[in-house]
Design a protein. Structure first.
Length: 260
């Protein structure tokens, strides 16, 4: 009898151990580190409660929920995002990042989930209402005002301004984000160059500022992943296609565009 009881006890203990291990595995959740720069509304910004929110944040939280990842948001300098992505297989840059060859060389791009064009922010009345302005016009205006042109460092707008002011007396000033840059318009800056929705967000409700579309090629937004995250990117791409097709991303954009 003792021998039988010993065997039964051993079996019970073994089953319990297996159950505990299994439960532990079920409770394990992978962490997806999301790197962003919260000065680019409506894609990422800090709300009235001090929380980082926005279109990209909603997209990443949706992806995390569907794929079983715990999403951790890290608000850092825009220029440092890809450096962080390269360090960790489960890291992603989600910051209204335009797809280009330089970024493609160090990270994996997702499907395109949004498009944009460059805008210029300047004092109201600087250019005609509804005009599409050339970057040369912006440089000429800055030169006449004797002021610099601002931008968000390491963005498409920054590269555009850098090329445009070369061989001129107009100075370029890089900022951590366009929101901060816009506060210097009219003093040290003549204008700020940034993407469409962030520009419109900054100008919203401000009688002294307006924004105009620049005569430049459209750009495409992607998420950037670690080079080793090929399987993750495949899963994310399938989700992004569905989110685009069913209007989920459009709804996120609407949710964060009003008054931002």
């Amino acid at each position: 009898m003792k021998k039988v009881l010993s065997v039964i006890l051993a079996v019970v203990l073994l089953v319990s151990a297996v159950a505990l291990v299994s439960c532990g595995k079920k409770e394990e959740t992978k962490t997806l580190k999301v790197y962003t720069n919260a000065g680019f509304a409506p894609y990422e910004y800090v709300d009235e409660n001090g929380k980082v929110v926005g279109v990209d944040i909603d997209v990443m939280n949706y992806i995390g929920e569907k794929l079983g990842y715990k999403v951790v948001i890290n608000d850092i300098e825009f220029k440092a995002i890809l450096n962080e992505v390269q360090k960790d297989e489960f890291a992603v840059g989600a910051a209204g990042m335009s797809k280009n060859d330089e970024r493609d060389a160090v990270a994996l791009a997702s499907e395109i989930y949004a498009t944009s064009v460059q805008y210029v922010i300047a004092p109201a009345g600087t250019f005609a209402d509804g005009a599409i302005v050339s970057i040369a016009d912006v440089v000429a205006y800055a030169a006449a005002e004797g002021k610099a042109i601002g931008d968000q460092e390491a963005t498409t707008g920054s590269f555009l301004v850098e090329d445009a002011v070369a061989d001129t007396e107009v100075q370029q000033v890089n900022y951590t984000n366009a929101i901060v840059a816009s506060t210097d318009i009219g003093t040290t800056l003549a204008a700020v160059v940034i993407d469409k929705l962030p520009a419109q967000s900054i100008c919203s409700g401000k009688a002294d500022l307006s924004c105009w579309e620049l005569d430049e090629e459209p750009e495409s937004y992607v998420l950037y992943f670690n080079k080793n995250a090929t399987e993750l990117v495949k899963e994310v791409n399938e989700l992004l296609k569905k989110m685009i097709a069913d209007g989920t991303i459009d709804q996120f954009t609407v949710n964060h565009s009003s008054g931002k």
